[in-house]
Design a protein around this ligand. Structure first.
Ligand code: ADP
Length: 192
């Protein structure tokens, strides 16, 4: 099985490009953010607890997202691998993912990082707010905290995966969606 991590700051286009990648390589796309939003929409206890953290631009507890990831690995069949979007998001989650995969005799195949500037994060998220209607996209303070959370907690993963030798970066700060998708798919082709 292949285990790809689609990495990048909020608004980098992970969700935008995940579908095409997953389809081309027969991967199951797993977005922890989407799974959490589904829990909120369904009105579950987990969703209620996650909502206030998400609306503040903070991370939900590691155990919550790790539980979602493990249950997906256990139950999803008929694919050649997984495309993880929005997970891992801090060093503890990355170390736990390594352990989860090790138990299965597997390892992270590659990290595909979509990189944009902080300024682009803001413009992309603001543009998306009107289209997708996410509460966490509509509030300036939430966006600022998500950017802070990214730099403080998520960015250190770059060094973690560089040290592991499987970090690959694509600059998607400018250009059209089509152009950026072509760049990402080109990189994916180098792993095939
Ligand atoms: P974006 O890519 O715009 O940051 P996501 O859908 O990936 O959006 O995440 C939305 C929110 O869900 C995050 O700000 C965070 O609160 C929560 N979340 C998603 N994935 C994780 C994770 N792996 N660990 C903790 N919280 C997460």
């Amino acid at each position: 099985m292949k285990y790809y991590i689609l990495f990048g700051p909020p608004g980098a286009g992970k969700g935008t490009h995940a579908g095409a990648i997953a389809q081309k390589y027969n991967l199951k796309h797993i977005s922890t953010g989407e799974l959490l939003r589904a829990e909120i929409a369904a009105g579950t206890e987990l969703g209620r607890q996650a909502k206030s953290l998400i609306d503040a631009g903070s991370l939900v507890p590691d155990a919550v997202v790790e539980g979602m990831i493990e249950s997906a690995f256990d139950t999803i069949k008929g694919v050649d691998g997984f495309l993880l979007d929005g997970f891992p998001r801090n060093l503890a989650q990355a170390a736990d993912l390594d352990k989860i995969l090790e138990k299965r005799g597997e390892a992270v195949t590659a990290v595909v990082a979509l990189m944009i500037s902080d300024e682009t994060i803001r413009t992309r998220i603001k543009g998306r707010a009107a289209v997708e209607g996410r509460a966490d996209d509509a509030n300036d303070e939430t966006i600022s905290n998500r950017i802070r959370t990214y730099h403080a907690q998520t960015e250190p993963l770059i060094e973690y995966y560089k040290a592991a030798g499987n970090f690959h970066e694509v600059n998607v700060d400018g250009g059209t969606i089509e152009l950026n998708r072509a760049k990402v798919l080109d990189l994916m082709e180098s792993f095939a």
